[in-house]
Design a binder for this molecule. Structure first.
Ligand code: GDP
Ligand code: MG
Length: 443
């Protein structure tokens, strides 16, 4: 655990390149250090001031300084941000000067940890800071904004509050040994508990999409050899990633490529065409990997060939894939080459690009991801998911134990403890260290 009394300094900007680097200093010695660096002491809070930064009596750099006075700063302490030219010498020298003047180097996440410990944000909001920095797509960014703005915290706090209210009702009756109070209305309390359980469960359920938003959606392309899987991958990517050939068995290994689609991150996985009739060892291994890719995929696209005369093998493979694939989308390829059409199914041409817009929409629809870029609050953290599940479960158990108030209260306290830990109302040092160590230095 860091010492909160120290004044800390670190660059908030990345170590590589850039024209400007922002140094952050936070703690009680901040203004004194700033005066030593700039030979000035009359800074107006929240107003950028152009200053000369000195190394003793020599000029080190021209910089822009903004100070924030406690408690109105990110960390809640006196805080300064100095925008310097991002020269390697300037950067290392100014840090040395800060250290000589009494600061110490900040650890990873230490600024945010102070913000949390000084009550500037709760743990869910702190996680939002981390998420917004790492967000790679629009949907992940949206979820992070919701955490950062406290909307997610508010949902957790709402659940926590409802639970606390019911627990209070239970506890006064446990304390009422004289039997002066009216007994708990069983049916009403049960319904109230189940309602809170449902709130927790509903929020937990958003993790299935939240996980995909954060980690990316794995989409496997499968089908017989020569169906046009590699052509489809290339067309969706907009460049030739996989080798296309009319020689059966060209794609032998799985080929992965990232793709951003309608605000989501996808990983497209091209697989070796599966055929039963090969004796080639490498191709057989490729086919095994295809089956594995289907197992691991969030979505499997089965590519059928509209021009195929004998569909026996294709149908056989389709039946096999159907058993294993989680979310299966079927496309009928090579529409440019034939007038033959099927009634149900997405008709495409990997050659001309026909129907790909329909396929893309179907991918998002299949995973029920449509609302995420809208207003709905989703969770993207496994820890949040776990807490909500525990809370929902304990609440359900409590609802079944209303005949024994001690037992009922026990379940409610377990749920409450989980929620409070998550928000950061009760914390152990372990939890704090795990969360903030994931931040970079300077955040
Ligand atoms: N006309 C036409 N040919 C296609 C289409 N998709 C793929 N092909 C051709 O079909 C052959 C096999 O394609 P490929 O993408 O390698 O199939 P894969 O074995 O499933 O990966 C190649 O000669 C492609 O040019 C399509 O939509 N229209
Ligand atoms: Mg191929």
């Amino acid at each position: 655990m860091y010492n909160m009394q120290d004044t800390i300094a670190a660059f908030a900007t990345s170590n590589i390149g850039g024209a400007v680097a922002v140094l952050r200093i936070s703690g009680s010695k901040t203004l004194q250090i700033l005066t030593e660096l700039t030979h000035k002491n009359n800074f107006t809070p929240r107003q950028a001031t152009l200053v000369t930064v000195y190394d003793g009596n020599d000029i080190l750099d021209k910089a822009l300084v903004t100070i924030f006075k406690t408690p109105k700063s990110y960390t809640g302490e006196d805080l300064a941000e100095i925008s310097l030219h991002a020269g390697p010498y300037i950067k290392s020298r100014i840090l040395e000067l800060c250290l000589t003047s009494g600061a110490r180097l900040a650890g990873p996440g230490e600024f945010s940890q102070r913000a949390f410990l000084n009550g500037k944000m709760d743990l869910v909001e702190a996680q939002g800071v981390l998420d917004i920095i790492s967000a790679k797509n629009k949907a992940a960014h949206k979820a992070a904004v919701n955490s950062l703005e406290g909307r997610l915290s508010n949902r957790f706090k709402q659940i926590r509050q409802n639970l606390t209210d019911i627990l209070a009702q239970v506890e006064v009756r446990i304390d009422d040994t004289e039997g002066e109070m009216k007994a708990l209305p069983q049916e009403e309390t049960k319904n109230a508990l189940l309602k809170v359980a449902k709130e927790a469960q509903n929020l937990a359920d958003t993790f299935s999409s939240g996980r995909l938003v954060k980690e990316g959606i794995k989409v496997a392309l499968c089908g017989l050899t020569n169906a046009g899987k590699s052509s489809l991958l290339n067309k969706m990517l907009g460049y030739n990633r996989a080798i296309v050939s009319n020689k059966a068995g060209t794609t032998r290994d799985t080929v992965e490529a990232p793709l951003s689609l309608l605000g989501f991150d996808l990983v497209l996985v091209d697989t070796a065409g599966i055929r039963q009739t090969t004796n080639d060892d490498i191709e057989i291994e490729g086919i095994n990997r295809s089956r594995q890719a289907i197992d691991q995929a969030d979505i499997t696209i089965f590519v059928r060939d509209l021009t195929l005369q004998d569909k026996t093998e294709e149908n056989k493979l389709f039946d096999e894939v159907k058993q294993n694939a989680k979310n299966l989308i079927t496309v009928f390829n090579k529409a440019d080459k034939t007038d033959y059409r099927v009634k149900d199914g997405i008709i495409i041409s990997a050659k001309t690009g026909e129907g790909l817009d329909l396929l893309e929409k179907e991918i998002i629809k299949t995973l029920n991801l449509g609302d995420i870029s809208g207003q709905e609050i989703i969770i993207t953290s496994a820890a949040h998911y776990k807490t909500l599940l525990v809370a929902a479960l304990e609440l359900e158990k409590a609802s079944e134990k209303l005949a024994d108030l001690e037992l009922c209260a026990e379940h409610l306290r377990t749920a409450l403890k989980e929620l409070k830990e998550l928000i950061g109302e009760v914390t152990s040092e372990d939890i704090l260290d795990t969360i903030f160590s994931k931040f970079c230095v300077g955040k």
